[in-house]
Design a protein around this ligand. Structure first.
Ligand SMILES: [Cu+2]
Length: 158
């Protein structure tokens, strides 16, 4: 049934893109496609990925984030410790002027600690980002059924 599943996922993705462009602006920032992997029903932590482009003249800094579905949201990165990849919390995440930060699997990410409920596949949950310059930016995180496919080259079409 793999081909059918792929078709279905593609249809879902195309469908959601057609209804609302899933990107956000705040100050000089452009935030593209916040997304999350599907979580097991018993999950107590979640994760959110997104891409932040800074089109402004000055550096901006992601200071914190929050979501109504989690007790708190932390900024995390992965570091290599010997042969192990470990997560470390970051106090903040700078986005250089004219640059970008990609939060993606294996790198920086937003960690939802103390999940109050597990979002369903296909759902979007609210996430509030606090930036030093751009201030507060509200986004919605899409829980994608096929994140690997989603991250492919067809990613930026709205
Ligand atoms: Cu983490």
């Amino acid at each position: 049934m793999a081909p059918l599943r792929t078709l279905l996922a593609t249809a879902l993705l195309l469908g959601s893109a057609a209804v609302t462009a899933h990107d956000y602006h705040g100050g000089g920032l452009h935030i593209d496609h916040p997304w999350s992997r599907p979580l097991p029903p018993v999950a107590t932590t979640g994760v959110a990925y997104l891409n932040i482009t800074n089109k402004g003249e000055a550096e901006d800094v992601l200071l914190s984030a929050e979501s109504p579905i989690a007790d708190k949201v932390e900024i995390h990165t992965h570091i290599k410790d010997g042969d192990m990849m470990k997560m470390r919390q970051l106090d903040e995440l700078a986005i250089p002027a004219g640059g970008e930060q990609t939060l993606a699997p294996g790198g920086h990410h937003l960690m939802l600690m103390g999940l109050k409920r597990v979002p369903a596949v296909g759902e979007r949950f609210p996430l509030t980002l606090h930036f030093k310059q751009a201030g507060t930016v509200e986004v919605e995180v899409a829980v994608d059924a096929e994140p690997e496919q989603q991250q492919g080259e067809q990613h930026h079409h709205h």
